[in-house]
Design a protein around this ligand. Structure first.
Ligand code: HEC
Ligand code: HEC
Length: 264
């Protein structure tokens, strides 16, 4: 009996030592708030900027809350820390991160963005020695809107993150004329819009009239609804509800997918 106890306690000591010495990644978990005076944003500083990081051995998830053009916006990035590539998205545009790079108090997350021509989105997270200040560098290069931001954040009590952790308003509740994508959280809906534009290789006004996103005047917007239904049907009927077929599967950045060779 006593022998077993000793073995168990030794195992605990061993585990504790592993945690103390084996852990190379700093832990960024917590609720963080940007200090505008110390930060450098791409444009004017947002009225508020809250970041929640949830990190475990395998994964790091960032949820960023800012006020946006179409109401409060949430941006979510998820990165694998276990060396497997992360297929994630940058405001609806697919990105891919191969491997995190860890140094003492710093974590570099370098992603390729699937734009044509390709661009890059890199994040460098640095934790202060006392663990109360997080510096987040966000560098977007090579694309249409290059930016280099340095956001200095201070640790907040967990309760400050409650609103950002609560389920977000749906697109159906926020917008006037959303018929199919009603149940998507509003920010995910806006990312989907950016993904549509990316997939058909055009801008918002390919489907929308100026200053009235709710209007159904353009045939392309109506066609896009038909396409949403088609994609949903294909995935539920043939792919167990997984999003295997997407807009990009056929469109690849073009208004009309190419169904026949180009015979050039
Ligand atoms: C390929 C066509 C297409 C593109 C490109 C597109 N949208 Fe949309 N948009 C739609 C469709 C379709 C709906 C309606 C979805 C539904 O009914 O579920 C919609 C709805 C919206 C709504 C809701 C309006 C309301 O009040 O009902 C907003 C806001 C919006 N889009 C913004 C954008 C922005 C911003 C962009 C560019 C980043 C964009 N869209 C690009 C097709 C498109
Ligand atoms: C299975 C292949 C396929 C998928 C997936 C697909 N489309 Fe299409 N889409 C087409 C084809 C083919 C056409 C051209 C139809 C025609 O010429 O009448 C088209 C046409 C369109 C058009 C009209 C273009 C124009 O020039 O008038 C829009 C807008 C559109 N798709 C949006 C979307 C969106 C948004 C998605 C994702 C929700 C999507 N498509 C997914 C095959 C696809």
């Amino acid at each position: 009996m006593r022998f077993r106890l000793v073995v168990v306690s030794l195992a605990f000591v061993f585990l504790a030592l592993c945690v103390a010495f084996g852990q190379q990644t700093p832990n960024f978990s917590g609720v963080w708030k940007a200090d505008p005076a110390q930060s450098k944003f791409a444009g004017p500083p947002p009225a508020s900027y809250l970041l929640i990081i949830d990190q475990d051995a395998d994964k790091l998830t960032e949820t960023i809350g800012t006020p946006g053009m179409h109401g409060d916006e949430r941006t979510i990035y998820t990165y694998n820390l276990n060396g497997r590539p992360s297929n994630n998205s940058f405001h609806g545009i697919p990105i891919r991160m191969e491997k995190p790079v860890m140094e003492a108090n710093t974590l570099r997350l370098e992603s390729k963005v699937g734009t044509t021509p390709p661009s890059a989105f890199n994040q460098i997270l640095t934790l202060s020695p006392d663990g109360n200040t997080l510096t987040m560098e966000l560098v977007n290069s090579g694309g249409e809107h290059p930016s280099d931001q340095k956001i200095v954040l201070t640790k907040q009590p967990d309760s400050v993150g409650a609103a950002l952790r609560a389920p977000e308003e749906t697109a159906g509740a926020r917008f006037k004329n959303v018929q199919l994508l009603k149940d998507l959280p509003a920010s995910q809906f806006m990312d989907t819009m950016r993904y549509f534009a990316f997939s058909v290789g055009d801008r918002c006004d390919f489907c929308h009239v100026q200053n009235n996103f709710a209007a159904d005047d353009k045939p392309t917007k109506k066609m896009a609804r038909t396409m949403i239904t088609m994609v949903h049907t294909v995935n539920t009927t043939y792919f167990d509800g997984h999003n295997e077929v997407r807009c990009y599967t056929c469109h690849r950045g073009q208004h009309e997918p190419q169904s026949r060779p180009s015979f050039q």
